[in-house]
Design a protein around this ligand. Structure first.
Ligand SMILES: [Ca+2]
Length: 130
């Protein structure tokens, strides 16, 4: 019981100290030098105590360009990353799922990834097959 009240107090303290932080990520999805349209990109925020938060999902436009802005109230710094789901060099009927961290010094401003060569293998990436 004591522990529970203490935990609630802690959460209140964290909530009071939280501040709204915003990140904008922009880039162009490319496969073998060609721009790829309609690629699904998700903006996530990593949490250590519970599941990560999905902030936003977009698709690259006809020229492969995308821009996404997400924000979250968080105690300490937010830890944003993006996940790209694409078929560039993917196995038949599969999607490659590649994760890219947003550098901490870009929080509060724009992380311009320019050309994202999706054919390049990203460490830790997964295949999503039916
Ligand atoms: Ca969070």
């Amino acid at each position: 019981m004591c522990f529970r009240s203490f935990a609630i107090l802690c959460m209140l303290a964290l909530a009071l100290d939280a501040e709204l932080q915003t990140i904008t990520v922009t880039g162009i999805t490319v496969c073998h030098r060609r721009r790829v349209a309609d690629v699904r990109i998700e903006l996530w925020e990593r949490d250590t105590m519970d599941a990560d938060d999905l902030l936003l999902e977009v698709r690259s436009n006809a020229t492969g360009d995308f821009t996404m802005t997400g924000s979250q109230d968080e105690y300490g710094s937010i830890a944003p990353y993006i996940i790209i789901y694409h078929e560039c060099d993917a196995k038949p009927n599969c999607q490659r799922v590649a994760e890219y961290d947003v550098p901490a010094d870009k929080i509060g401003s724009t992380y311009d990834m320019t050309y994202i060569s999706m054919n390049i293998f990203v460490k830790g990436e997964k295949d999503q097959c039916p």
